[in-house]
Design a protein around this ligand. Sequence first.
Ligand code: C5P
Length: 239
Amino acid sequence: MKKKTELIVALDVPAQKDAQVLVKTLSPAVKYFKIGMQLFTACGPSVVEMVHEHKRDVFLDLKFHDIPNTVAQAAASCLRLGVFMFNVHAIGGSVMLSALMRALDDESKVLKKKKPVVLGVTVLTSMDRQQLNKVGVIRSVKNEVVHLAKLCKGAGLDGVVCSGKEIKLLRRVMGEDFVLVVPGVRPKTAGLDDQKRIVTPLDAARWGADYIVVGRPIAAQADPLQSAKDILAEMEQAC
Ligand code: C5P
């Protein structure tokens, strides 16, 4: 049977009180929330604990990229914090990726805690071929995405964050068990905001995304709970 695609709501708000209102409002329908740089830098781990107090799970989107030891220590901190998923830049390289996976293994044995899902960020959707070339990458965006996804898999990561337009390719090349998390999702009725290469929730689900990440089409609506339910209902059509 086809895997169910789960909804993650991005808490792209400036303060903990705004995040708490959203989590409280959406909790009847939404299990997963994404905390990114803006909110985490403003509030720190207490905002993660707030989501956990509502018995909901956190995808910590801090995109770590540093020397292996530093990222390994940050990964161990993610495990201690109890987030269910976090991400790192694949471009940090296989030594960095392997080091953080080893640190997670060690820390999970010590604490007897389940390891979080670890995702690689391949090519940011804000980068095009010209920009990649300027930082010295001569492959096409597509080839670079596949190359980095394979690097992630080789180091034992669970999956990648990818654009909706990459789902089919990555599903084919990386197999069924590789976790694909897809931002830039817009229901047909929603505006694009600043997203350019969007997919609908139904297409993302049909093509095999494990999770979609949605921010403004839920959080910035008059009735966020209804908007979340509409997106979940749209994805159900793919089952
Ligand atoms: O409001 P919207 O649905 O566009 O929010 C999408 C979320 O996913 C934001 O938190 C954004 O930072 C994140 N994201 C993205 N594109 C990527 C990676 C992350 O939109 N390539």
